[in-house]
Design a protein around this ligand. Structure first.
Ligand code: ZN
Length: 174
């Protein structure tokens, strides 16, 4: 397994719409293994393939609590079937938007149809953190980031901050 670099905003690749996977092959499984390893290393609970620069509709997640056994989940070509009309609010962050957090409203429950690690068709009924997390990750497949739900002002402030910290780190590398 390989730890891959996580792209951060602003980066045009993160705005790309990811492509449907024709078939889950060894190549996709290796990608999912790398994604999971990369996500754990970064202390994240979810990661979409585009966040490491691969435009495929693939997501890995693990929302188990610290100290609990790992519970990796793999989603290929996920589609939302039912969304609840009730919303719940979580303070969200994102590995591609480092150190920034904001409250986002999303449907409280949803049903997701997807292929698992072995390419088998599955249905997941999600609620709570699981529902929020899978919807956040599925947004990545459409090139959407959680900061897109914020006011224009707040969003541009965050992007400005991130651009600045990127410049600084580049200077340090030299
Ligand atoms: Zn994210």
């Amino acid at each position: 397994m390989t730890i891959r670099e996580i792209l951060t905003e602003p980066n045009k690749l993160l705005r790309q719409v990811s492509k449907t996977v024709d078939k889950v092959t060894k190549e996709e499984q290796i990608l999912m293994d790398d994604m999971l390893e990369t996500m754990y290393k970064a202390n994240g609970i979810g990661l979409a393939a585009i966040q490491i620069g691969v435009p495929k509709r693939i997501i890995v997640m693990d929302i188990s609590k610290n100290g609990q056994e790992n519970n990796p989940m793999y989603f290929v070509n996920p589609v939302i079937k039912n969304k609840n009309k009730e919303f719940s609010t979580y303070e969200e962050g994102c590995l591609s938007v480092p150190n920034q957090f904001a409250e986002v409203d999303r449907p409280a429950t949803c049903e997701i149809e997807y292929l698992d690690y072995y390419g088998e068709k599955k249905l997941l009924k999600a609620q709570g953190l699981l529902a929020t997390c899978i919807q956040h990750e599925m947004d990545h497949l459409e090139g959407i980031l959680f900061i897109d739900y914020l006011s224009k002002l707040k969003k541009s402030m965050i992007i400005k901050k991130l651009s600045k910290s990127k410049k600084n780190s580049e200077t340090l590398v030299i």
